[in-house]
Design a protein. Structure first.
Lengths: 301, 375
């Protein structure tokens, strides 16, 4: 294993971590109500704008970088949870009994609405995002193949996947979420407040997107109204690849996608990055239609 | 029948008007006519209207001070909508009206089509905006000139700069897969190959992708002296930011797609030292400032090609004055030999008809500003 391979491996891991953070939101919502929330990428984008606003305010007030980072993350999470909650209540809840296509179109509409809203209310231009990690240092031998911010992104995404798994397995709310995902009507008959749990799921998904938004924007250094689009599509792809509805699946799918892209760029050409990523997606779906860890749905008779 | 009578009346009126118009045309041997063709309606009108405004302004000013050869100058503007078919019709019409020269056309495609008409009558044609290299470089349009550098000029400048100033041996070329970015990158790559510079990477990226770290690592591995990027400023700043963070010391160079204030705004300290080729800054040329001011008072704009069109018509005026004639071949010869003071500074035309004295120059980001590079 030469150094070049390691470098590509870690850059794939970083991308994978980024995809995972966003894919979690898609996969959780799908797991609970079988809806693909296309507005998720836009929540990510709005969280980045909110983070930028608060980072701006608090850097004028001369706070230290690390506290600005924490404050930005906190407010971005707070606001995006509110956005997630509102989107669910306005765009999806009224359509819960409608055909499956209706909420899908409503989701696409919501996504376009949010993007246009940011163009009009904020700006269509690119904005600089402060490098909130400052100049972190890693031991010399590591700096060759990985950067501090990349390490943070990878660790945080694994950490969040772990927390989420524990939460769903061991808390009462988690149990209710699992119950609704298995059979919503039955869960409701047994006294689970499904509306509350669904709202909660949207809020958690948005929190994670916000967390990801701040980390990634501080790593990349620029944002605009369109940043949620490609990342949303890629994260959705990752979720499908890993088996949509499964949380470890999102992580597995994200990492697979990130690594494929990185190796395709490194060993072949970045011209073909997307060709390989989506080619492999097609292949995997041919042989494993439910993704890596997805459950096959059995038609109930 | 009342209607018939009204109809006859209208017919008579129209005929009279027609004769009046024709009479005007006969009269017009007392004026010098200059044609102007471009898109004045439709999607591309924003490219055609400013040249129309500036050319008319130039004619007005000239007429107030006595015109040319003792005659008034008349500008005949015809709309070609940037369509090749319309452009040849427009060209025939202008030639039929007896214009001594044409300013235009605006779009390369329309210009190429219209040249088939103008070539036969040899009247000089000066385009302020058609940048397709074939118009001048294939030696079939001796009467064609342009006041804008052709597409290959920017690439040639970059190649020159990379080989002579930066003295690069190995160059990595990245582009955004778009018409502009990839087109420029391809021309630069071809130029560098001719100069025996090694191209270590030639790859496209997906604009808007999350990060480019895999490509950056590849670039670092290839260890080039220069990275040339063809594309626009958001991707440019993203790539250079990630490259600098990863300690890539190579010089970066790009085209006018990056010469935008927001490139520096979002790239901050990471874009320091970035080289950008871009049309020479004419905002300090006295005439162009004056023209811009007058246009503003009329609520008009110089647009992308207005000042180039003004320079083109000034060149025609100058050629007529110097030769004291409107003979097409004499005018061509004068255009090739004269140096003219215009909105673009002192310009002249080379033997192909391409502009000299106003072209692309190199800039470098220094302390958050684009500063011209002396080399």
């Amino acid at each position: 294993m030469d150094l070049y391979f390691l470098e590509l491996f870690f850059s794939g891991l970083t991308r994978g971590g980024i995809y995972t953070l966003i894919a979690l939101g898609y996969t959780m919502v799908y797991g609970i109500i079988g809806l693909i929330n296309f507005a998720h990428g836009e929540i990510y984008m709005i969280a980045a704008f909110i983070g930028l606003t608060f980072a701006g305010i608090f850097s004028i007030l001369q706070f230290s970088l690390i506290s600005i980072l924490l404050i930005a993350v906190f407010f971005a999470m707070l606001f995006s949870a509110a956005y997630g909650y509102t989107i669910e209540k306005t765009a999806y809840k009224p359509l819960r009994q409608a055909s499956r296509l209706a909420p899908l179109i409503s989701a696409i509409g919501m996504s376009i609405f949010l993007r246009e809203y940011v163009i009009l209310a904020q700006t269509p231009d690119f904005l600089a995002f402060p490098m909130l990690f400052g100049d972190l240092e890693l031991p010399e031998f590591m700096m060759d193949f990985i950067q501090p911010t990349e390490t943070i992104i990878i660790l945080v995404s694994f950490f969040l996947v772990g927390i989420l798994l524990l939460f769903i397995k061991h808390t009462k709310t988690g149990k209710a979420m699992r119950a609704i995902s298995q059979d919503r009507e039955m869960a409701m008959l047994l006294g689970v407040n499904s509306d509350k749990i669904i709202s909660f799921t949207f809020m958690v998904g948005s929190l994670l997107a916000a967390f990801g938004a701040i980390l990634i924007s501080a790593h990349i250094g620029q944002i605009n109204y369109n940043i949620g689009f490609i990342i949303g599509i890629k994260a959705f792809t990752a979720a499908v690849l890993g088996g949509i509805g499964s949380i470890p699946g999102a992580a597995l799918g994200g990492l697979t996608l990130g690594l494929i892209e990185s190796f395709a760029t490194g060993y072949i050409s970045s011209d073909y990055e997307d060709v390989f990523a989506f080619g492999i997606l097609v292949l995997i779906l041919i042989f494993k239609p439910a993704g890596f860890l997805g459950k096959k749905e059995h038609k109930k008779v | 029948m009342k209607l018939t009578r009204i109809g006859v009346l209208i017919l008579v009126l129209l005929t009279t008007l027609f004769y009046l118009g024709a009479g005007n045309a006969v009269f017009a041997s007392d004026t010098i006519k200059i044609g102007l063709a471009g898109p004045f309606s439709g999607d591309l009108a924003p490219y055609g209207i400013p040249p129309k405004d500036t050319v008319r302004l130039a004619a007005e000013v000239l007429n107030r001070s006595g015109g040319l050869l003792g005659k008034q100058v008349q500008i005949l503007a015809e709309d070609d909508q940037c369509k090749a078919g319309t452009a040849t019709n427009v060209a025939s019409k202008l030639v039929g009206e007896g214009v001594i020269a044409v300013i235009g056309h605006i779009c390369s495609g329309a210009t190429i089509a219209a040249m088939s008409v103008y070539r036969a009558v040899k009247i000089p044609v000066i385009s302020p905006s058609a940048t397709n290299p074939s118009l001048t470089l294939e030696n079939k349009n001796p009467n064609f000139f342009r006041t804008i550098p052709h597409d290959a000029a920017q690439a040639n400048l970059q190649v020159d700069f990379i080989t002579r100033h930066l003295k690069a041996k190995k160059v990595a070329i990245v582009h955004d897969k778009g018409d502009y970015g990839k087109g420029l990158a391809t021309l630069v790559a071809e130029g560098l190959k001719q100069k025996k510079v090694e191209i270590v990477i030639f790859e496209g990226i997906t604009p808007g992708a999350v990060d480019y770290s895999a490509l950056i690592r590849k670039v670092k591995h290839a260890n080039p002296d220069v990275v040339a990027f063809g594309g626009y400023h958001p991707e440019g700043s993203k790539i250079v930011t990630q490259a600098r963070k990863r300690n890539i010391k190579a010089s970066f160079i790009s085209g006018d797609g990056l010469k935008d204030p927001s490139f520096i705004k979002i790239g901050r300290k990471f874009v320091e030292g970035y080289y950008v080729s871009s049309p020479a800054d004419i905002s300090k040329v006295e005439i162009s400032r004056e023209i811009t001011r007058i246009l503003k008072s009329k609520n008009q704009k110089a647009g992308n090609f207005g000042l180039q069109a003004h320079a083109a018509v000034t060149a025609i005026f100058n050629a007529v004055k110097k030769t004291n004639s409107t003979d097409p071949e004499k005018l061509q010869k004068a255009l090739r030999s004269e140096k003219i003071d215009t909105t673009l500074g002192m310009i002249s035309f080379d033997k192909n008809g391409d502009i000299l004295g106003s072209g692309f120059s190199m800039y470098q980001v220094r302390d958050g500003q684009f500063v011209p590079v002396k080399w």
